[in-house]
Design a protein around this ligand. Structure first.
Ligand SMILES: [Cu+2]
Length: 512
């Protein structure tokens, strides 16, 4: 009997579900030991093998909670501050407890998250430039963790590298001084070995704001929009990653702002908004209708001068922005993420616009923003050059559907130093996304300035000069950045689609 007939007979006899399993097993055996570039001809021969692999290695579909199960339209919650236990001026001392926490999303829906101090997002840390920070972390989870202070310019041994894990039940104290001139919008999240994806999607992430005593935007009222992604099973519990999540980066059915689903956000006058994309894999392409929207800051602090946005603001996972929003009309509009095609793998539905919240606008007199916001470092000529290449390969011996995401042909290895830099050297890095889907690039220990984008043979310069620690790359895009590491030690660089980072797309830089 031919295989096709054989499978049809099984389907007829015992139902489609089991037959699907049988196909999966046969295809898996056929593909065993296969290693290929996902874009190569070998990987996509006419039998559609590539497509089958994406489908057949998928887990049984998980039933998800309908989006109608969570309340919408609540007032945007404010983020709770982490209490400073010190009375000493210029000193911030506190404790973060990591623990499983049951949270009632509705009176009938109790979800177990992993939290910092019982809340998700974790408590907001707010300090001034030059403050000394001492934070003790008590790990009450059953797996090791670290805390990475994303974007902050602090010593590498205090930055939560995967080599420095806090064991389950253990604790450690992180201690660092916030450098002068580094006021900006940062965050903290775990960075342990192979555990980041799960720890973040279970709720571990929080905001970290560094203030300047000479902030040119100080009189403007502020809001914080911390975007996170939540995927709940029909039982209301945090869903495991599916194969599609591992391939494309996890996306849940709920996008939350400050932990609330589609909240109501009141903007009664010109308002400064700090925005975080703390989603594991979701790209946000923010549309804020009926307002003048000025971009005033990025990952590492304020821009040199305000930049009026004329299109949606793309924020990829881990990127931050500071905006000043001035309502032009009174009324209620949707805050949306406009569908952005990042060339996901597999049979996934086309990207759609999604509603993130409801903006209740009150027209107010526009304010004049200062012409100059910040003095950005003038990086001179580069004295060293580095080249990174992102690729994707399939290796059916690997878990999570067999995808590996590589930098310079290698997957992350904690014991290997991939690159070396001399402390204080100004370097030019070229990052080449030699793959078919968008990835972003994040590096620890420094804020860089993008010099050029190159796509389809066309070189362009960024629309504005900005301090960045995370930046997106389109498929086959080449990006050059200038970067200076001013502290010695080991630094990680990686794609911040957390599943890709976990599946290998991370490297290690030693600064000496
Ligand atoms: Cu990636």
């Amino acid at each position: 009997m031919k295989r096709r007939n054989f499978l049809m007979n099984i389907t007829a006899a015992i139902g489609g579900l089991v037959a699907t399993k049988a196909i999966a097993k046969i295809d898996h055996n056929n593909m065993h030991n296969m290693v290929c570039d996902i874009n190569s001809d070998e990987c996509q021969k006419g039998d559609g093998t590539h497509q089958h692999m994406n489908m057949n290695n998928n887990q049984m579909p998980q039933k998800l909670l309908p989006t109608s199960a969570l309340p919408q339209g609540m007032d945007l919650p404010t983020l709770t501050n982490l209490k400073n236990d010190s009375n000493q001026k210029g000193f911030f001392e506190a404790t973060l407890y990591l623990k499983p926490t049951k949270i009632a999303l509705t009176p009938n829906l109790i979800t177990e998250f992993w939290t910092y101090n019982g809340m998700t997002p974790g408590p907001k840390i707010e300090v001034f430039e030059e403050d000394h920070v001492k934070i003790t972390v008590k790990n009450e989870l059953t797996q090791p963790t670290t805390v990475h202070w994303h974007g902050l310019l602090i010593p590498s041994d205090q930055d939560g590298n995967p080599q420095n894990e806090i064991p389950a039940g253990g604790s450690r104290t992180y201690e660092f001084t916030i450098p002068k001139g580094s006021a900006g919008t940062y965050w903290y999240h775990p960075h342990g070995h192979n555990t980041v994806a799960e720890q973040v999607y279970r709720g571990l992430a929080g905001t970290f704001i560094v203030r300047s005593k000479h902030d040119p935007l100080t009189p403007i009222p502020e809001q914080n929009w911390f975007f996170s992604d939540l995927k709940l099973t029909d039982k209301g519990q945090i869903a495991d990653n599916s194969m599609v999540d591992w391939m494309n980066g996890r996306e849940g059915q709920f996008v939350l702002i400050n932990g609330s689903y589609r909240p109501k956000i009141k903007i009664g006058s010109a308002t400064r908004i700090r925005v975080w994309n703390a989603c594991s894999g979701r790209y946000l392409n923010l549309s804020i209708p009926n307002c003048d929207v000025y971009l005033v800051g990025t990952d590492g602090g304020l821009l040199a001068k305000p930049y009026l946005l004329t299109k949606p603001l793309l924020l990829t996972p881990a990127e931050r922005a500071e905006l000043v929003i001035m309502p032009k009309q009174t009324g209620t509009v949707y805050l949306q993420s406009i569908g952005y095609d990042r060339n996901k793998m597999g049979n996934v539905p086309p990207e759609q616009d999604i509603i993130l919240g409801e903006l209740v606008l009150t027209k107010s007199d526009p304010i004049t923003l200062p012409n100059t916001l910040n003095q950005l470092p003038n990086m001179g000529p580069a004295v060293a050059h580095k080249l990174l290449e992102y690729t994707e390969v399939m290796d059916m011996k690997q878990p999570h559907g067999g995808m590996l995401f590589l930098i310079n042909g290698k997957r992350h290895d904690m014991s290997r130093i991939d690159l070396k830099s001399k402390i204080h050297d100004i370097e030019e890095w070229t990052i080449f996304n030699n793959s078919h889907m968008d990835h972003n690039f994040h590096i620890h220990g420094a804020q860089f300035i993008v010099q050029t984008h190159e796509l389809n043979g066309k070189k362009t310069q960024p629309d504005y000069i900005a301090l960045k620690d995370t930046i997106n790359l389109r498929p086959h895009e080449k990006l050059t950045i200038k970067i200076q590491q001013n502290l010695p030690g080991l630094r990680m660089y990686h794609c911040h689609i957390i599943e890709h980072e976990t599946l290998g797309m991370m490297g290690q830089l030693m600064v000496e």
